[in-house]
Design a protein around this ligand. Structure first.
Ligand code: ADP
Ligand code: ZN
Length: 607
């Protein structure tokens, strides 16, 4: 608490803290209302996209209210970083989890009981122990913040059983206000959070999920690895980014390959030992321009603000997953890219995984629906952002102008005739062959296996020479996506017709599809432009070098000192004294005092 401001009304004190501690001028979106709700002793449920600014919503009221704010977060590996960043800004924060020695923990306990903390981060496991509850009963509590609240939902994709116990908080400490926060929430997850955490009385704040600074690009094709490299080269030659792959093997291979290309690229997956994993995560946060190649095991809660791109070399299973993973790009609000490349095999394997799972029929049906939405997003020809937002029950009236379909509208073609040929080829070959075989039959390619099966004598043999191999592949993929075909769950992936195929085959339905043209393939490797606009690269480099050396001295990641955004503002404003420096966004009192002069000196030397 800043003593000087303690006799102001709470709303003015909140703004004062935003300015003096965090260095920001005004609250964004609903932040002020959320903070006021907690200051008034009420509960809040906050849905905000990654990078929206959730943290200050509980940090500021925890500083103003008497006692400590308990922050429950599943991200043990990141607690230290989060707490270090808070301490650097001058906030009395600490954490408690199983990675600490008992001596260190005892020290934190003491500070807690002496009322010397504004924020205490704990894991849900710890919170659920009776020792800890007893400790809380002896402490003065300002609020509970339940971060990543979607972990309580079995419907979502990050379910943690420990989260279910969190309703105890309400039962044991009914007078302490609670705030639950998440960046993922479709309606159903939201309802489950309210129910499981008993938040029926909470005010709900739903912020737009639009991430306007992210450019979305989704493309289908072959040689995705090379295309990834061209994309990185053209847009992100020195930037930090995350590349997601489905399998551990692929993660290793892609990381090695990027390394050979001259980038620092580190693998991250659940099969690696914990130390190496922690080390790779640490380097990603602490160094600049590192690429992490990871399975989905990586990323939740990573609040590195300057991840400039997130690439997927496999299709995520759901739009929620896609949105959350791509949401890790550009948290600082500066331009960032989300890039996804997929192929037919993705469609086939995702369909198979969802068929084979042991789960209940209802669960499977849900997974199917979610997968269909994801596939639909990939194949659609209209604005991606409109579809993404619609998925989260939000309407965007106009096309966004900031996605691949908006800037390079894909062409469609009447695929009715070709689709009939394909479906009838599936039927005449007995509904058991894979796509490559079917294409060979359609194109009339002489193959031993085909003549053995006498499929060079059926009516669909050689009737498809008007399309290229690639065009047929794209057609089959889209037939799968739109549910005209389904594939066997064995390794051969034989194609079968579904009920949906009937009207199309019978001539009662037309089909318009996305075109794959060689031109289009080339375009996808072109620069998608959104990169940082640095007006003075030399000064930017000098400021970054200073930031890095200060960060190394303190053992924190560079962005904990200042974000890129603050550096870019310094380049524009060229402050000459501390009071001008204080006007730069992100420069709070504590940081001004500790680092302001050093940055001023570099700026001065440069002129
Ligand atoms: P989330 O947890 O919602 O992903 P954070 O709390 O990490 O987001 O905030 C994202 C970024 O926005 C951080 O760099 C944070 O300091 C910044 N930020 C938060 N509130 C404001 C504000 N009112 N004005 C400017 N920047 C803000
Ligand atoms: Zn768009």
């Amino acid at each position: 608490m800043t003593p000087a401001s303690s006799d102001l009304p709470t709303s003015a004190r909140a703004l004062d803290l935003l300015h003096s501690v965090f260095g920001y001028d005004r609250f964004r979106f609903q932040q002020a209302n959320i903070i006021q709700t907690l200051l008034d002793g009420g509960d809040a449920l906050v849905l905000m996209p990654t990078g929206g600014g959730k943290s200050v919503c509980f940090q500021i009221p925890a500083m103003i209210r008497a006692g400590v704010g308990i922050v429950i977060s599943p991200l043990i590996a990141l607690m230290q970083d989060q707490v270090d960043a808070l301490k650097t800004a001058g906030i009395r924060a600490d954490y408690m989890n199983s990675t600490q020695s008992s001596a260190v923990r005892a020290g934190v306990e003491k500070r807690l009981l002496n009322n010397e903390l504004d924020l205490l981060y704990v894991s849900p496991e710890r919170l659920n122990t009776s020792d800890f509850i007893t400790l809380l009963q002896r402490s003065c509590l300002a609020l509970f913040a339940i971060d990543e609240a979607h972990c309580v939902s079995q419907w979502g994709h990050d379910f943690r059983s420990d989260y279910l116990q969190l309703k105890l908080l309400h039962q044991q400490f009914p007078q302490v206000p609670r705030i639950a926060l998440t960046a993922t929430a479709d309606k159903r997850t939201r309802e489950e959070i309210i129910q499981q955490l008993e938040l029926q009385q909470a005010r709900v704040f739903i912020h737009s999920f639009d991430r306007a600074n992210i450019f979305y690009r989704i493309s289908e094709g072959q040689n995705n690895r090379d295309r990834l490299w061209r994309f990185i080269q053209a847009n992100h030659a020195g930037d930090a980014g995350i590349v997601y792959c489905l399998s551990r093997k692929r993660v290793e291979a892609i990381a090695d390959w990027l390394h050979l290309k001259g980038r620092i690229a580190l693998p991250y997956h659940a099969g690696m030992d914990a130390d190496t994993r922690a080390q790779h995560q640490h380097r990603f946060l602490a160094e600049e321009g590192v690429i992490i190649v990871a399975t989905i095991a990586f990323g939740m809660g990573i609040d590195k603000p300057d991840v400039r791109f997130v690439a997927h070399l496999n299709m995520p299973k759901t739009i929620e997953a896609y949105y959350q993973e791509t949401g890790r790009a550009g948290r600082d609000g500066l331009p960032a890219n989300a890039w996804l490349a997929y192929g037919m095999q993705d469609v086939i394997s995702l369909r198979q995984i969802s068929q084979q799972s042991e789960a209940s029929e209802e669960f499977k049906r849900n997974q199917h629906r979610k997968l269909d939405s994801m596939l639909g997003l990939c194949e659609q020809v209209t604005c991606r952002r409109q579809t993404l937002l619609a998925y989260f029950d939000e309407t965007l009236d106009q096309a966004c102008g900031h996605c691949d379909n908006c800037t390079e509208p894909p062409t469609t073609w009447d695929a009715t005739e070709a689709a009939r040929k394909a479906l009838s080829c599936v039927f005449r070959t007995g509904q058991r062959f894979g796509v490559n075989y079917l294409i060979d039959v359609l194109m009339g390619k002489p193959q031993e296996r085909i003549s053995r099966n006498r499929h060079d004598q059926i009516s669909t043999w050689g009737i498809g020479t008007e399309l290229s191999m690639n065009q047929w592949r794209s057609l089959f993929r889209q037939l799968l996506v739109y549910g005209y075909l389904e594939s066997d769950s064995d390794q051969y992936g034989g194609m079968r017709l579904t009920q949906r195929a009937k009207p199309l085959l019978g001539g009662n339905e037309n089909l318009m599809l996305r075109e794959v043209s060689p031109v289009k393939q080339k375009l996808t490797s072109r620069s998608s432009r959104p990169s940082l606009e640095v007006t003075d690269q030399t000064l930017f480099d000098a400021l970054r070098a200073l930031r890095k050396s200060l960060a190394d001295d303190l053992g924190v990641p560079p962005y904990v000192i200042f974000h890129d955004k603050s550096l870019l503002e310094m380049i524009d404003a060229l402050p000459t004294n501390l009071s001008e420096m204080a006007d730069i966004s992100g420069v709070g009192a504590q940081k001004l005092e500790r680092f302001g002069q050093a940055f001023l000196t570099v700026i001065k030397q440069h002129q």
